[in-house]
Design a protein around this ligand. Structure first.
Ligand SMILES: NC(=O)c1ccc[n+]([C@@H]2O[C@H](COP(=O)([O-])OP(=O)(O)OC[C@H]3O[C@@H](n4cnc5c(N)ncnc54)[C@H](OP(=O)(O)O)[C@@H]3O)[C@@H](O)[C@H]2O)c1
Length: 290
């Protein structure tokens, strides 16, 4: 077992990573556990989840790794995840909103929401809100959200947020990744002075299971490019930096890749940022629409 004084500076810290069963999330979990953190990962399937936990324990040499089951496309399960986490832990030092997907065909969740929006944006939004008091209590603490450069050129279509009129898998994915950035900017502003910081990142093009939930061109494209992509460990580097390094603890409201801030292609859109927050509150029932 890794003690609080373990090398790496994460001893005594509790980290929650969504989507820790594969890819970037699993690699980040192993790296942070190796630095001494107690790591909780989420998964949808018990068998796969437990296998991932065993691998993370083995790779990190740290036994303090555990699993919470939750399908993040279902808001009741996001609420259940937050509840279970609170029952088991009295602190949260780093929340990593990592789980995400691209979906070639439009699918609705049991809550009647478009799946990509539900998992990639609304689940992080809701989970962060539900755990915010614990993060504040544990300050200095950090919220990290995994975005993507697929956000380039994307904008939030507030008239068709559920992509009912028009659905195209990759542009919808790009919109949700833009939502991750706008969410981070707004969250960072709201957290100013609380000791909790919020940042997001692009991990690069990473060889993971990403897109393999689809059939057809999207899955094929990702499979073909796998040999040219980064390893999950390389893809997790900026995430691990944001989660653990002392200087990253000073950052708030930043979007990074390769440990550096990405210069925004467009000026900040404060109006969309605030509007997205309000719509997200309504879609997660944190606020009833007036
Ligand atoms: N790979 C890239 O090139 C790339 C580039 C830019 C950004 N990203 C972002 O990086 C993040 C991690 O992706 P990855 O590349 O590591 O892909 P991955 O290997 O497919 O991992 C995605 C993780 O998200 C989980 N997940 C998906 N849908 C879920 C749901 N409904 N409920 C709960 N968990 C769910 C998966 O769980 P299951 O095991 O249960 O499916 C898995 O653990 C994503 O946010 C993605 O947008 C990836």
């Amino acid at each position: 077992m890794v003690s609080e004084s373990a090398n790496g500076g994460m001893g005594g810290k509790v980290v929650l990573i969504t989507g820790g069963t594969s890819g970037i999330g699993r690699a980040a979990a192993a790296a942070l556990a190796a630095m001494g953190a107690e790591v909780v990962v989420t998964g949808r399937d018990r068998e796969r989840g437990e296998a991932a936990v065993e691998e993370i324990r083995r790779d990190s040499g740290n036994e303090r790794v555990s699993l919470v089951l939750a399908d993040l496309s279902v808001q009741a399960e996001v609420r259940g995840l937050a509840e279970e986490f609170r029952e088991r832990h009295d602190r949260l030092d780093v929340l990593v909103n990592n789980a995400g997907l691209v979906q070639s065909r439009r699918v609705e969740t049991p809550d009647g929401l478009e799946l990509t929006l539900a998992v990639n944006h609304l689940a992080p939004f809701l989970l962060t809100d539900l755990l915010l008091d614990l993060l504040k209590k544990s300050a200095p603490s950090r919220v990290i959200t995994v975005s993507s450069e697929a956000r380039r050129g994307a904008s939030i279509d507030f008239d068709d947020l559920q992509s009912e009129r028009r659905y195209r898998g990759f542009p919808v994915y790009g919109m949700t990744k833009m939502a991750n950035i706008l969410f981070t900017y707004e969250l960072a502003e709201r957290l100013e002075g609380t000791g909790v910081v919020a940042n997001c990142l692009h991990p690069g093009a990473v060889s993971t299971n990403f897109a393999q939930n689809n059939r057809g061109p999207i899955a094929l494209l990702f499979r073909l490019f796998k040999p040219f992509m980064r390893s999950p460990e390389q893809g997790a580097d900026t995430l691990v930096y944001l989660a653990s390094s002392p200087e990253a603890g000073e950052l708030n409201g930043k979007y990074l890749t390769d440990r550096k801030e990405v210069s925004p292609a467009e000026p900040r859109d404060e109006t969309s940022q605030k509007r997205l927050w309000e719509v997200s509150e309504e879609l997660t029932y944190l606020k009833v629409a007036s």
